[in-house]
Design a protein around this ligand. Structure first.
Ligand SMILES: [Zn+2]
Length: 364
């Protein structure tokens, strides 16, 4: 038996491409392979072929035929000495034997190279499921980073209103909606659009145009509840990952989320599917009920939107802009509200007229 075991990676014939740690011994003309996670094997010297591989021949590949292909061992050149000393013929004849067996041996090696290529091809066919997997694994710290990127981008595009009755009102509404321990931050951007969006990491941005157009604090609460639901359901994150593209997804799969953060900054341009919107509406209603906020505000806001879509108001609504079918949504909300037991709503104590007057007149 060779004095010390030699560590190797074992790639069983027809097995996966990851390789399994194994220890190798030489004993009486046989190679003993002891994989960490399966039964040991004993292979006759005559069945084995060895070949130096890799850049600068830094590795040895030892192969033997098996069912469904070749078994393969990869050993670092720096570790091979005990085996080489025990079976000099095997390694001396490696270069010679290589010529005869090159094609068969090559097949096994080609499979190892092909597998990653197939994996990449698979990614092209399955970007959406993969995006969802990336989303599942994104840690909260990365979500926060994306949220910060979105906020930084918003600051570039528009002035954030830092104080005044509208900011106070927004903070009050936000506080009512947030659940204990939930990390939500609300910002008011000076922009004429009727819009609001929520970014991963709990960053919620409301445009002054929306607050100016809303009829009450409850209307705004309805919009915010819907937007928060998008974050809670990780819609924003998923949409960022999906639109970021393959390269960014692959980087993220390998733990590099930098490019993903950059993509987060484009959140305002993202569109959600109709199903995602429905889900966010339902979750939003749930949150309003929990917060004892009159859910009619959400309905009223949709009606405001419908009116402006019909051109009765001059502002162009961009919030909820993915749904041309606002009427259908209003109908669904009405039904949901009718079937929902009217809880005891507690009014949000805000002088809404004062809030509207304090906001700059941003209507075009
Ligand atoms: Zn939405």
């Amino acid at each position: 038996m060779s004095d010390a075991p030699v560590s190797a990676r074992y790639y069983p014939a027809g097995g996966d491409a990851h390789g399994h740690p194994a220890l190798l011994y030489w004993e009486g003309g046989h190679l003993l392979v002891a994989p960490e996670d399966s039964e040991p094997l004993r292979i006759r010297a005559a069945a084995l072929r060895a070949e130096a591989r890799g850049f600068n021949h830094s590795q040895w590949a030892i192969a033997w035929p098996g069912e469904g292909g070749e078994h393969l061992l990869i050993v670092a050149d720096t570790a091979i000495a005990p085996l080489r000393a025990a079976a000099p013929a095997l390694f001396a004849s490696g270069a010679h034997a290589q010529r005869k067996t090159h094609r068969r041996f090559g097949l096994g090696v080609t499979a190892l190279i092909l597998l990653p290529l197939l994996l990449i091809a698979g990614i092209f066919l399955a970007v959406e499921p993969l995006a969802d997997r990336v989303v599942e694994h994104i840690p909260p710290s990365i979500e926060n980073q994306i949220g910060e990127a979105v906020l930084a981008r918003t600051r570039l595009d528009s002035k954030l209103i830092e104080q005044g009755p509208a900011v106070d009102a927004l903070q009050l509404i936000g506080k009512r909606l947030a659940r204990p321990g939930e990390n939500l931050r609300f910002y008011l951007a000076e922009r004429p659009d009727i819009n609001a969006f929520a970014a991963p990491g709990g960053v919620v941005v409301v445009y002054s145009g929306l607050m100016k157009q809303a009829g009450s604090a409850e209307d705004v609460a309805g919009v915010l509840a819907h937007e928060i639901a998008h974050v809670e359901l990780r819609h924003s994150l998923r949409q960022i990952v999906r639109s970021a593209g393959l390269r960014v997804i692959v980087s993220a799969l390998f733990g590099d989320y930098g490019a993903l953060g950059g993509w987060g900054a484009r959140l305002g341009e993202l569109k959600f599917s109709r199903d995602a919107e429905r889900e966010a509406d339902a979750r939003g209603l749930q949150r309003l009920a929990e917060a004892h906020i009159d859910p009619q505000g959400m309905l009223r806001f949709f009606e405001t939107l419908a009116r402006s879509e019909n051109g009765t108001t001059s502002a162009v609504p961009t919030v909820f802009s993915t749904h041309p079918a606002t009427a259908e949504r209003i109908e669904r909300l009405r039904e949901a509200l009718a079937s929902q037991p009217a809880g005891a709503a507690q009014p949000i104590p805000v002088d809404w007229q004062a809030v509207r007057q304090a906001l700059p007149d941003t209507r075009p």
